[in-house]
Design a protein around this ligand. Sequence first.
Ligand code: NDP
Length: 274
Amino acid sequence: MPGRFDGKVVIVTGSSSGIGKETALHFAREGAKVTVTGRSLERLQAVKKELLESGISETDFLIVPADVTSSTGQDELISQTLSKFGKIDILVNNAGASITDAEGKTGVSQGIDSYEKTMKLNVQSLIEMTQKARPHLAKTRGEIVNVSSIVALGHGWQSRPYYSLAKAAVDQYTRAAAIDLIEEGIRVNTVNPGFVKTLFHEAELGWTADQAQEFYDDIGSNKYAIPAGFIGRPEHIAKAIAFLADRNSSEFIVGQNLVVDGGTTLVLGIHAAK
Ligand code: NDP
């Protein structure tokens, strides 16, 4: 059966786990050729196994172990994709994290080291990947989808200011890039997820899997946190990314933020009042 992304070549950064992994699987199942990447060789091997088990041929995916914050890592992603698949149609800038202060400080006391690392991963690497993919996306009149967050929107996140400001920068960069690049036929948008069950919270807070599950059960059943009544799953975000990457579905959406959060951003504190 023909797939929605037949013949398209997609790079998904941060696809060794969570939202990026599900996005890579989604594109591959819909006929795309996909470059999967991340730093963890173990997790990349697990994605390779899932791709093969889904019936995806090794000719249709590429695994590139790389640190997306390094210039050489970025160059490898682009050059290996071109050398195996010959072009780039879609770039999903998904790699990201809230990087904890080495001394565990939060709020305005959070150290400058965590500020620099958070900005480098969430913002600078996204800018550099955009610049490096640009000439190739111009040739295919391609798409960029940036993975931002609801923390970029009109709320303060007291304990993690740098992560929030990094994602706000992603939204603002997306707007500027969207105006600039649409002249070359390249569309740029963001998906802004709410709470999604991935390794994000374990990585950020150093939680065990059990502690993370407790958090997801708790927040997922709290209608004042997620009106939909359940925690987001990576596939919810993958489908939104695919929608914005599919020109047939979203051609006239340029430089926008698609919020996918089960209603979290609709809930004001007043609703929690007894
Ligand atoms: P995960 O921790 O499950 O996945 C993060 C991915 O980013 C992994 O594949 C990781 O790979 C990769 N990554 C992190 N640092 C680097 C690096 N330096 N170089 C290369 N790859 C890197 O989290 P999510 O799937 O949740 O996160 C995906 C995106 O979604 C992020 O941008 C996050 O900010 C955003 N988001 C997540 C939300 C959530 O509730 N989960 C909510 C809102 C936004 P590896 O470790 O192998 O390097």
